[in-house]
Design a protein around this ligand. Structure first.
Ligand code: SF4
Ligand code: MG
Length: 322
């Protein structure tokens, strides 16, 4: 069957301008040939350090930023080729929840107006009563009181604001939601509550998620499959239990080694990666991970780029040695 979402060879380069004439002098290779599918009802976790291109990928999928190359297909329609009108109706099917619930809600708008904006834009309610009822329903859905619609974002805690952001995204009955590190800015104590809410909503509303996180532990129990990104490329993608029990890419191994195991009898050797993530302006040649890879073989790894290959059924990795 056809996936709900298909991302094919997605590229996003940001130009860097300089000099008196502000000519392009360089570019940031934010996303450099990323491909994956997401099935209806599935959660794909996308994980990697900051600058790996995960957020940029999410934004390109929704066309919040324009991809440099590649294609995004949603329900058999080419999103990358859509004009303004088509994009507007696509916004009913694809929504995004942002990382920072403080920055993403307009402080001068009431919670009701924030949630109701999309109802107005897409003409989803026929009169003032229905409009108010729908906002009340959405607030209840995310575990807030309908009375909150008259209040302002600053009156709420971070976790509550993220619930408002979720209600806003759900107002249009989307099919797929890009969750861009929705809990990273929240206190650890509220992170699990928001994740549980997102899981409940997924079941209730048959949602499909692309769930972006910088930490493997956040997506572990929540994702059906996980994609690990490094410097604009997918290093590994696999069903999540497979990825956690049998990681193939040395970068995934290193990320996993930092995840605490609840069982104290199991010991995992912490793999410390050398150095920082290289600049995405001039990414390393060959395998982009070779400058930090504990098992890199030179010159092979510094000269030849490993292709993302299916090493076991459904388990893809980009490494010469695995
Ligand atoms: Fe390491 Fe080489 Fe594999 Fe890259 S291709 S992950 S450098 S072993
Ligand atoms: Mg699920």
């Amino acid at each position: 069957t056809e996936p709900l979402l298909r991302v094919k060879d997605l590229v996003k380069h940001f130009p860097i301008k300089g000099g008196v004439f502000q000519r392009q002098v360089d570019k940031v290779h934010a996303v450099d040939g990323v491909s994956f599918d997401i099935a209806q009802g599935e959660t794909l976790g996308v994980v990697g350090e900051s600058g790996c291109g995960k957020s940029t990928t999410g934004r390109c999928i929704l066309r919040l930023i324009e991809p440099t190359a590649g294609e995004v297909w949603f329900e058999g329609k080419n999103v990358t080729a859509m004009g303004k009108d088509e994009l507007r109706s696509l916004a009913r099917d694809m929504q995004i929840i942002f990382q920072d619930p403080y920055a993403s809600l307009n402080p001068r708008m009431t919670v009701g107006t924030i949630i109701g904006e999309a109802l107005t834009i897409h003409k989803l309610t026929k009169d003032a009563n229905e409009y108010r009822d729908r906002i009340a329903e959405l607030l209840t859905l995310v575990g807030l009181s309908p009375d909150h619609m008259k209040r302002y974002p600053h009156e709420f805690s971070g976790g509550q604001r993220q619930r408002i952001g979720i209600a806003r995204a759900l107002a249009v009955n989307p099919k797929i939601v890009v969750c861009d590190e929705p809990v990273s800015a929240l206190d650890v104590s509220v992170q699990a509550q928001v994740i549980n809410l997102l899981e409940d909503l997924q079941d209730k509303l048959q949602l499909t998620y692309m769930f972006i996180a910088h930490d493997l532990s956040v997506v572990e129990h929540f994702s059906d499959r996980v994609a690990v990104m490094y410097l604009g490329k997918v290093a590994e993608i696999a069903p999540s239990t497979e990825l956690y029990t049998n990681p193939l890419h040395p970068y995934t191994e290193a990320l996993l080694s930092a995840v605490p195991i609840p069982d104290p009898t199991v010991k995992r050797q912490r793999i410390m990666l050398q150095g920082d993530v290289p600049s995405p302006i001039r990414p390393p040649t060959g395998c982009r991970f070779h400058t930090r890879c504990p098992i890199a073989q030179l010159p092979l790894c510094s000269h030849e780029e490993p292709a993302l290959e299916e090493k076991a059924p459904g388990h893809w990795a980009a490494c010469h040695l695995r």
